[in-house]
Design a binder for this molecule. Structure first.
Ligand SMILES: [Zn+2]
Length: 662
């Protein structure tokens, strides 16, 4: 596994895992424990190129028309990677290194003797230190063996449901899993979303393909320590395959034509459903929950096939494997006491205490004056976005009001979740295993407690603060600039043009998502609302169709031929962002457009290999070469500044340019 690649993939996938509306295409889960997986791989690799090196490649104009602007700007950098063993790289990776060293400083400098014991940073540091204690593995194994016993003792489905209701075990239950996500009507939804452990399933397929070789990973090493032999392990995995098939089938329901609907406690009672979904919510929050859960209409059919006596052993094995897998994060030799790139203690801290560390990080490293400038700059971009929208001639006055209001009300958040998870429920124990249960349970409680918020009480939670990225949430009408992104902006001396190409394009892109095909039908308060008339919808869809048609079938190295619809949202956001930023520049004097365009191209530069592209198939941003050439290629200004070869496939003739913002 190439960690760095996964780090990037995580950064990419954020946009569509965190903000997917409930009819979205099965996100790969963002709830509690999986966050561990995601963020575990964030900080593994040294940077590829620092900011100084980016500047090292001067742009020279030898008068020859440009065939490929990506090659023109990034060619030397891309070439420099060909002989490396990198499979994926971008040009702002140095930010991750800077962040990592600062986070280490925070974790190592913070002292238990000076912090109050109920301080979130104290708790973070306490557990971080606990990782380094000698012989912690042995005590962990003992705790784990003891912890698994009640699962082995389960004899009936009723016993199993009782165990599911127990908070200690509920956090590991993949079959009853609720994803807490933005709702459509000023609410927060609990989306029924069983989890599938693809890593364990792959382990099973590898074993079946080549049993002699075994193909067992470090997960098996942990299993063996618990006294489970390989034959037993393979049997458990085959049980997991059975359970996962039911879950997969359920997860495919929406694409197979089943609709989403609300299920209330009453609905469960009337149908005599014993599956303790609502009990689990209330167990964590200590409060009655009268709201719905969201699931496809065939939920009870799924319950019928999966939760039956014949599957009892398989369900038990699924739970046992889930417990061992989740705790292997803290309970394995390979990731402990090694070099800092594989430091499990560090991963724990940045994933479980992300907001706590982000707050400390900002207070130590962010300059308040510079942050004020960033806020003003974001405001300037919002203002320019309104001007672009005000020129949508096809919108009636009433719809225009809704559209503009949406931008006016859009809330930027800067680097930390609105609702901060601060470990306040965690009561520290001198046992590391107990502390992990405490943390995971308190995270789950915090997550479920969001269900009780409505309208403006709602806020972002569990943000991935340390990725260098931004994202838009339609149900909150919120744009988030992560601590990672802000670090990049605060650390780099930029001219106005560079600032527009970096911060401007990023913020404008997120604002523009609010008008992209997936999110256009939300209004300013985050309510789902078909606010456009039929006629307006036709005009809008015509513009989206033009984008799709422009890109459909285009081919570039390693990628499948482009399916325009798949890339429509991200491409719309890129195009509108470029429109907004070019207009901002037009209001300035003596603009260095070359600097703006080359900075944009450099920021979007991506080095791919066949291997990384195969793993990227969930990424719906255009391949970088297209993102650079074809986004810029729609704008007349670009052709004013550069002579683009008319024979090049990247040259877009004037009449074919996507002029969709009128
Ligand atoms: Zn986007």
């Amino acid at each position: 596994m190439n960690f760095k690649y996964f780090r990037k993939l995580t950064a990419f996938s954020i946009v569509f895992t965190l903000v997917i509306p409930l009819w979205g295409c099965g996100s790969d889960s963002t709830s509690d424990l999986s966050v561990v997986d995601n963020e575990t791989v964030l900080y593994n690799e040294e940077s590829i190129v620092g900011v100084d090196e980016v500047k090292k490649y001067p742009i020279t104009d030898n008068g020859i028309p440009i065939w490929d602007f990506d090659e023109y700007v990034n060619g030397e950098w891309l070439k420099s990677l060909e002989d490396s063993d990198e499979i994926y790289a971008t040009r702002h990776d140095y930010v991750y290194d800077l962040e990592r060293s600062r986070l280490y400083d925070i974790l190592n400098d913070s002292s238990l003797s000076t912090l109050p014991s109920d301080d979130p940073l104290y708790k973070t540091k306490y557990i971080y230190d606990q990782f380094y204690k000698e012989n912690v593995n042995d005590s962990l194994n003992e705790s784990l063996i003891e912890f698994l016993q009640p699962v082995y003792d389960v004899e009936t489905l009723e016993d199993l449901f009782d165990l599911y209701k127990n908070k200690d075990y509920a956090i590991f239950n993949n079959e009853i899993n609720l994803e807490i996500t933005g709702g459509n009507w000023g609410d927060v939804d609990a989306l029924y979303n069983p989890k599938i452990n693809e890593n364990l399933l792959n382990e099973y397929s590898n074993y079946i393909a080549n049993p002699a070789d075994g193909g067992m990973s470090e997960i098996y090493a942990n299993i063996e320590k618990l006294g489970i032999d390989q034959t037993e392990y393979v049997k458990m995995l085959s049980n997991l395959v059975v359970i996962s098939q039911y879950s997969r089938e359920y997860l495919n329901s929406y694409s197979n034509g089943y609709k989403y609907q609300y299920f209330y406690k009453d609905t469960f009672e009337q149908s005599n459903i014993e599956v303790p979904v609502f009990d689990i919510i209330e167990e964590f929050t200590d409060k009655e929950y009268n709201g719905p859960i969201v699931a496809t209409e065939n939920l009870f059919d799924y319950f019928d096939v999966i939760f039956c006596e014949e599957n009892l052993d398989a369900l038990k094995d699924s739970l046992i494997l889930s417990i061992i897998y989740a705790t292997s994060y803290i309970n394995s030799d390979w990731n402990r006491y090694q070099d800092e790139k594989y430091d499990a203690a560090f991963y724990y801290a940045i994933s479980e205490s992300s907001d706590v560390l982000a707050i400390e990080y900002q207070s130590r490293f962010f300059d308040e004056e510079k942050m004020k400038e960033i806020r003003q700059f974001v405001f300037a971009i919002k203002t320019q976005a309104q001007k672009v929208v005000k020129e949508f001639e096809w919108l009636s006055d009433k719809s225009m009001e809704t559209a503009v209001r949406k931008i006016v009300l859009m809330k930027p958040s800067y680097g930390v979740s609105d609702h901060v998870y601060d470990l306040s429920d965690v009561v520290l124990s001198d046992d590391l295993f107990d502390n992990f249960l405490n943390i995971w349970e308190s995270r789950r409680k915090f997550s479920y407690s969001q269900l009780y918020y409505v309208d403006e009480e709602r806020g972002t939670v569990f943000q991935q603060n340390f990725v260098v990225n931004a994202y838009y949430d339609p149900s909150l009408n919120n744009i988030t600039l992560t601590t990672g992104l802000l670090t990049e902006l605060l650390e780099t001396d930029m001219t106005y043009e560079e600032k527009i190409a970096e911060l401007g394009m990023t913020v404008a892109h997120e604002i523009s998502h609010s008008f992209g095909p997936s999110y256009v039908n939300y209004e300013g308060d985050g309510y789902y609302d078909n606010w456009m008339t039929d006629e307006e919808n036709n005009e809008y869809n015509d513009r989206i169709r033009r984008i799709i048609q422009f890109f459909d079938g285009k081919e570039t190295e390693y990628f499948d031929p482009i399916n325009g619809s798949f890339y429509a949202d991200e491409t719309y956001a890129d195009l509108m962002a470029m429109e907004i930023c070019l207009r901002l520049l037009e209001e300035q004097e003596n603009v260095d457009y070359d600097l703006f365009f080359t900075t944009f191209a450099s920021r979007k530069a991506t080095y791919y290999t066949e291997e990384s592209v195969a793993l990227l198939n969930g990424d719906n941003h255009l391949p970088a070469k297209f993102r650079i050439n074809y986004i810029l290629g729609q704008f007349d200004k670009f052709y004013e500044i550069y002579k683009i070869d008319e024979e090049s496939p990247f040259f877009v003739p004037n009449l074919e340019r996507l002029k969709i913002f009128k």
